[in-house]
Design a protein around this ligand. Structure first.
Ligand code: C2E
Ligand code: MG
Ligand code: MG
Length: 556
């Protein structure tokens, strides 16, 4: 083989031509390669090898350290002049193939993203740090942008990694095309890219660049015959006047990115100090929430629901309370969203279901129990099993259970939630649509599932008496409920005036502080018996509300 590569004869046949081409390719390779004979003598170096190792020290070292081996070897060899090389030796017919590359070249490799050929995270940090330590840096002229593709995971999973990789390469090209000469760009990993924009007036230039990137990257791609659409979100952190480091800047840009993502596809956000504080707060809350369940810091209180026509308490809504030893009482409005974001809601929700069913099974009458179930809980395929087991364990009749869901359940779970609801309804569990009137209020949802009740959000119920629009909405929902055969519950009724209005508008049920504030389980029996006395006193037909004094005593 060695002999044929070295052949200098003019090409006369196909095999000669092939040998000539092979020799040329070998000689012009951009890494140092050489052929060494079985006796350890250098037979044929290529140009780079000859340039790097004019003398024979490397070959001597290979002979000394690796010559005895028959297999493939690779290791670092540092020459007497201090230069370090990574050397591979591959045995072949009639000798060895030796290849060596400069460790500095190797370290360039360690800083390059092989897929997109952009710099990688390591390189990005080094370049950003270099910029930050420059004594003449002008802070107002630089910004860090972090870019994240939408739905990349889904694209990768459904169309395959090759197409995913192809898409990332095209995105990298579009990013590069949108940048200025001195800007730095890297792929941080996955579908995340980062840019340092330099020498431009800020924040205007970063906002302008982000707009351009959102537009460019958001245009369709053709990868291996597949038409792909994706969007991006961008987080931006400006270089502060004071000292900072690359980690901190990237973290700030990340927080802004997180915020942009929650604002929706194709958005960009600048980092603000408050974002960091908010994130810190949420992180601590998450830690405490995880502990709270194990330490039994949660409890349920129950808010009565009254049917206006029968003037009777038909059931109670279970509301979660968290008494934290360090934070005090924390409102569900504050901690439920964090529990949802972190997925802890699945286990908290299961605790709520089991506890509420067990406590309701011990009530004196067959009142219904309404339990709030988050959209996230419907993403767990075990939800139906959990509910069935909560019913079985407590012995509660399934017809006494009502689930309160919001429209987001119908919006996010792509059909599987609907199937779960149908299964549950099939065994007699009732379903109410909570907080109707805020959010999407899509009539389509009302058609897609036969809800038992629609709960009208309290903001419409407690609106000012001169709030004509709010009142019109309540009336419209009540009428809609009537024609669909669904009961309508007005939430948050606090005054007699509101009650009179709600009743006139045609709502069938109410709940709110006018009836009672939510109460702990041990007060339910007393509440029910004092209420039946009060109804007996006022006579049937009227809307009986406990007097102020009693109500305050029961308040919590
Ligand atoms: P929601 O399901 O709409 O519950 C009604 C909220 O209105 C409750 O607040 C209740 O205490 C309050 N409320 C009821 N009547 C009145 C009234 O007359 N005046 C006023 N000002 N407020 C009234 P709470 O207990 O703070 O719960 C807030 C939200 O937290 C609930 O809204 C629900 O979305 C969520 N939540 C509570 N418990 C759970 C739970 O166990 N699981 C889930 N996923 N969410 C829950
Ligand atoms: Mg509710
Ligand atoms: Mg509600």
């Amino acid at each position: 083989m060695t002999a044929s590569i070295s052949a200098k004869a003019s090409p006369a046949s196909d095999s000669d031509r092939a040998a000539e081409l092979a020799l040329r390719a070998f000689m012009s390779m951009d890494r140092a390669v050489a052929i060494v004979g079985p006796d350890g003598k250098l037979l044929q170096p290529n140009i780079v090898f000859a340039r790097l190792f004019g003398d024979s020290e490397l070959i001597d070292r290979i002979n000394r350290e690796a010559g005895a081996h028959n297999g493939k070897t690779d290791r670092q060899i540092t020459l007497s002049d201090g230069r370090a090389f990574w050397v591979e030796t591959i045995p072949m017919d009639g000798g060895w193939l030796v290849s060596a590359y400069d460790m500095t070249e190797r370290s360039a490799k360690a800083r390059t993203d092989t897929l997109t050929k952009l710099g990688n995270r390591l390189k990005f940090h080094e370049q950003l740090t270099e910029l930050l330590v420059k004594p003449d840096r002008v802070p107002e002229t630089a910004a860090v942008l972090v870019i994240d593709l939408d739905r990349f995971k889904a694209i990768n999973e459904s169309l395959g990694r090759d197409i995913g990789g192809g898409l990332l390469r095209l995105v990298a090209e579009r990013i590069r095309a949108a940048l200025g000469r001195d800007d730095i760009v890297a792929r941080l990993g996955g579908d995340k890219f980062a840019i340092v924009q330099t020498g431009q007036p800020q924040p205007l230039s970063a906002a302008y660049l982000a707009g351009r990137l959102i537009d460019q990257i958001g245009r369709s791609y053709m990868v291996e015959g597949q038409l792909i659409d994706t969007d991006v979100c961008i987080g931006i952190a400006l270089l502060p006047a004071g000292p900072t480091d690359s980690e901190q800047l990237l973290k700030n840009a990340d927080l802004a990115l997180h915020r942009a993502k929650s604002d929706g596809s194709g958005t960009c956000r600048f980092f603000e100090e408050a974002m960091d504080q908010k994130m810190q707060y949420r992180r601590n809350l998450e830690i405490d929430l995880r502990r709270a369940l194990a330490l039994g810091e949660f409890a349920l209180v129950y808010e009565p629901q009254v049917n206006l026509r029968r003037n009777a308490v038909t059931g109670f809504e279970a509301l979660l309370r968290w008494q934290s030893p360090t934070r005090g009482a924390v409102s569900p409005v504050e901690f439920i969203p964090v529990a949802e974001d972190t997925g802890i809601i699945t286990s908290i929700g299961e605790w709520v279901l089991r506890t509420a069913c067990r406590e309701a099974a011990g009530w004196p009458g067959a009142h219904r129990i309404s339990i709030n179930v988050s959209a996230i809980q419907f993403k767990n395929p075990n939800l139906v099993t959990t509910i069935l087991s909560a019913l079985a364990e407590s012995g509660l009749n399934s017809q006494r259970l009502e689930l309160e869901i919001t429209e987001s359940v119908m919006l996010n779970a792509q059909g599987s939630a609907l199937t779960m609801l149908q299964t549950l309804r099939g065994i007699g569990v009732r379903v109410a649509l909570d907080d109707f009137g805020v959010g999407y209020s899509s009539l389509g949802y009302l058609r897609s599932f036969p809800f038992d009740r629609i709960k009208i959000d309290q903001s419409f119920v407690r609106g000012e008496s001169n709030d004509a629009v709010g009142q019109a909405i309540v009336r419209a929902i009540a009428t809609l409920g009537q024609s669909l055969g669904m009961a309508t519950v007005a939430e948050g009724v606090e005054t007699d005036e509101q009650l009179a209005r709600i009743a006139a508008d045609g709502c069938t049920d109410i709940q709110g502080y006018l009836v009672s504030r939510p109460m702990p389980p041990e007060q339910i029996e007393g509440f029910l018996s004092s209420r039946s006395e009060s109804v007996a006193r006022k006579g049937p037909g009227g809307i009986a509300i406990p007097d102020q004094r009693k109500r305050r005593k029961r308040a919590r």
